[in-house]
Design a protein around this ligand. Structure first.
Ligand code: C5P
Length: 403
């Protein structure tokens, strides 16, 4: 979303201005071009040179301005910007924007821009909660400006409460969500399952597998960034659910996943079953921890419901995608699975290859389509692969619309 975008970043006089330096670094890393504009008081907190180095661009300040020149420059910059951020935004700048004041480079450019404006407040809790500031924020929002909620916590002024500038990586995540709202998955609902399931033997032991959940979480995150409403049903993982989910359902067993999926699949346009569902579960779950002494070494197993098979049987207009992890006869087995489970395509991990499969950040897959096409994808990050998979889902959604 930020790649190749021209971001104008207004920095105002808050102690949180130093955090915006990191924000610029992350914006640059995401491929954006960044033009920083600092107010006079921002320059009291951080030197323009710092932003200049990190943004690899000159910094506009009001300190040595030449009026005849900047009058024109601010309009050019206002036109050029794709996104206009004000971060951190003080109560003062929020009041000025609400009132339409244009008395310096930042406010003049803001008033002239047609870019999407996003304001990220940071201030003392009492200033933030003051009805005047709240009224001004409301006024910004009614004029189409996005205003992020500040975080609660310790503030630089010694108070504790709402007013903290969010962590730059969280800001970037939120930006991706806001900017993705009009993406190619707008108005589409995706149900994604992720992670392993855990089948209890007794209160301390269980049967599970090596799934980390990384692939499913990457799919959920990228789909959100493309504007989708995402329901993520996840087994136990060490991952934080991505921001901006429509719904997050945490489950433990295959049976729980089955019930959750059946509750939500009807509202989904697309279902991606990237979870590694345990195929068997102990027939009896012992209520007490099994003692070593006297244990007869036999655990009777039941077959778990095949969720994807059930979805395939019930499928109507939904796009249905499965995953397969194979160690032998990979393509034939996966093709067979795709047909049996009535899928649109299946993503095949060949577990024998280095860089493919469960725990790592990369994957090597083959995509097998229902019309017989087979695509070999090179080794790539799971996040990149998530976009590749979504690109194909998008094509299927388009086809559904035309027929
Ligand atoms: O048949 P196999 O387990 O190899 O198929 C893998 C695909 O089926 C995955 O997409 C997985 O999420 C799904 N699956 C399921 N329910 C099961 C077993 C697998 O939905 N009980």
């Amino acid at each position: 979303m930020l790649n190749d975008k021209f971001v104008a970043l207004g920095v105002t006089g808050s102690i949180a201005a130093y955090k915006s330096v990191e924000l610029v670094r992350l914006l640059k890393k995401a491929g954006a071009r960044v033009q920083v504009i600092m107010t006079k008081s921002a320059c009291e907190f951080v030197k323009p040179l710092t932003f200049q180095v990190v943004s690899q661009n000159s910094v506009i300040t009001d300190m040595f301005r030449e009026p005849s020149f900047w009058e024109v420059e601010h309009v050019a910059l206002a036109d050029k910007a794709d996104i206009f951020l004000v971060a951190p935004a003080t109560a003062n700048i929020i009041a000025k924007i609400a009132a339409g004041i244009a008395d310096d480079m930042l406010t003049s450019t803001l008033l002239a821009t047609k870019a999407k404006i996003i304001v990220i407040p940071a201030m003392n809790v009492n200033m933030y909660e003051n009805p005047i500031t709240q009224r001004n924020i409301k006024s910004l929002r009614t004029n189409g400006i996005t205003v992020f909620e500040p975080e609660e916590g310790e503030l630089a002024c010694g108070y504790t409460g709402k007013g903290r500038f969010p962590e730059p990586r969280d800001i970037l995540e939120q930006l991706n969500i806001v900017l993705g709202k009009d993406g190619d998955f707008k108005n589409k609902k995706l149900l994604i399952t992720a992670g392993p399931t855990r089948e209890p033997i007794d209160p301390v032991r269980f049967i599970t597998n090596h799934s980390s959940g990384k692939m499913g979480y990457a799919l959920a995150e990228k789909a959100i960034h493309r504007g989708a409403d995402v329901i993520l049903i996840s087994g136990p993982t060490n991952l934080d659910p991505p921001l901006g989910l429509y719904k997050y359902i945490s489950i433990e067993t295959a049976e729980e996943m089955f019930r959750a999926v059946m509750e939500y699949y009807l509202e989904a346009d697309v279902i991606i079953k990237s979870a590694a569902v345990a195929d068997f579960s102990p027939k009896h779950r012992e209520s007490e921890k099994i003692k070593k002494q006297g244990f007869n070494m036999n655990i009777k197993l039941n077959k778990n419901p095949d969720i994807l098979q059930e979805l395939g049987n019930r499928k109507k207009q939904q796009i249905l995608i499965g995953f397969a992890a194979e160690t032998s006869n990979a393509t034939t087995n996966a093709q067979d699975k795709m047909k049996r489970k009535n899928l649109d395509f299946i993503v095949l991990n060949d577990l024998t290859q280095e860089g493919a499969g469960f725990a790592g950040d990369t994957n090597i897959v083959r995509i097998l389509h229902k019309d017989g096409r087979i695509e070999e994808l090179p080794k790539m990050l799971k996040k990149e692969l998530a976009d590749e998979i979504l690109n194909r889902v998008y094509l299927y959604l388009q086809q559904n619309r035309t027929f």
